[in-house]
Design a protein around this ligand. Structure first.
Ligand code: HEC
Ligand code: HEC
Length: 318
């Protein structure tokens, strides 16, 4: 009896030593996190800067500040990966490397990611609760990007004319390219225009308006609250138009820019998050993407919405 107890204690001690040795050993496997020089910091008002610094800079700048508990492996490995991936997609310390239009787009994208709850990463805010973005912070950011908005000056009727010309040209030119197809084999679907509108969004940075449509399967999934994951056969379409603001501030739809699709089939599109991605540009419906890997661009941007089956739009539940 005594002996058994002693043996148990011994095994436990041995295990403890092994675990400790492993933990200590892990500390020597350290991917490096360095802070390269800040070559050109994002230029935004002070209050906006403060929010970004507080909530985003650890992963999206060259001024990463690690706490002591970030430095303990295995958490450290995750942190190192996040910093590497985070900087690759968005780096507020190398801002001048982006063209002005891209800078605006990244800021808009940032606010969008925050509003959707995708950023800062929740795995990060658990350990850094102060980095959470409050509603007040979000309002500050929204107000700022609203101020960056491309204003379609009411007197400027050029866009309205452009729309008229476009409609006219379209009528004249009855058939566009027959059945355009993207390189990954997805054909243009004209029917989306008849589908239910699931949501609309405005992109403030470049003055476009987006309408998101869902096919019958999508609409049924929304009604049944079964959108995570979306069922196979779901098709979501996003059409982008210029936004026109008239003298009274009413906003209406302008020139058609492009339509994008996400087609759910978890087998066929297994390698691309279970979604087939396709984009057709201008009224000519030119398939986007010269090489099959164009979908990586779509995937990277939709990746933060992983918990939402890679879909941004949170449809209004009926
Ligand atoms: C703990 C690290 C971390 C923090 C903090 C963080 N992010 Fe990220 N962010 C990432 C990673 C990693 C990615 C790459 C995509 C992914 O894996 O989710 C990313 C991607 C993004 C992207 C997409 C970039 C692209 O490829 O176009 C945007 C925009 C973004 N983050 C904005 C923000 C903003 C704004 C904040 C602060 C409110 C923030 N992030 C805080 C780690 C972080
Ligand atoms: C720069 C980031 C970005 C890239 C790149 C991107 N998307 Fe999106 N996508 C978004 C955002 C943000 C939304 C949410 C709607 C909105 O606000 O425009 C969205 C929405 C969509 C939707 C409607 C469903 C949803 O998720 O809300 C479809 C369909 C879509 N994108 C297809 C594509 C395709 C196809 C590509 C690649 C050719 C692509 N996207 C590339 C950011 C991106």
């Amino acid at each position: 009896m005594e002996k058994q107890k002693k043996n148990k204690k011994k095994t436990f001690l041995i295990l403890l030593v092994i675990v400790l040795a492993l933990l200590i050993g892990m500390q020597f496997v350290r991917p490096e996190i360095t802070n390269p020089p800040v070559t050109g910091e994002v230029k935004v008002p002070h209050e906006v800067q403060t929010i970004l610094r507080n909530s985003c800079y650890d992963c999206h700048s060259n001024e990463t500040k690690l706490t002591w508990y970030d430095k303990i492996a295995p958490a450290y490995w995750l942190v190192a990966q996040h910093v590497k991936d985070g900087r690759k997609g968005l780096n507020f310390s190398e801002w001048e490397k982006l063209a002005p239009a891209d800078q605006k787009a990244k800021l808009w994208e940032s606010v969008n990611q925050i509003a959707q709850g995708a950023m800062p990463l929740s795995s990060y805010t658990i350990a850094h609760p102060n980095a959470k973005i409050s509603q007040a912070d979000l309002n500050v950011l929204k107000k700022y990007i609203w101020s960056l908005r491309v204003n379609n000056v009411p007197q400027d009727t050029s866009k309205i004319h452009a729309l008229k010309d476009q409609t006219h040209a379209l009528k004249k030119k009855q058939s566009v390219t027959k059945n355009p197809k993207t390189i990954n084999g997805i054909g243009y679907i004209d029917d989306y225009k008849k589908w239910a509108v699931v949501s609309t969004t405005q992109r403030l940075d470049n003055g476009t308006m987006r309408i998101i449509y869902g096919n019958d399967i999508a609409v049924k999934a929304i009604k049944d609250k079964k959108t995570n994951p979306w069922p196979n056969g779901t098709i979501l379409a996003k059409a982008a138009y210029d936004e026109i603001e008239d003298a009274d501030g009413n906003i209406s739809q302008g020139v058609f820019k492009q339509v994008e699709y996400m087609i759910k089939d978890d087998q066929k599109y297994e390698k691309t998050y279970g979604w087939g991605f396709a984009r057709f540009k201008t009224t000519e419906l030119i398939p986007y993407g010269k090489r099959a890997d164009f979908v990586i661009e779509c995937m990277n941007c939709h990746q933060p919405m992983k918990k939402n089956d890679y879909v941004f739009t949170l449809p209004i539940q009926q």
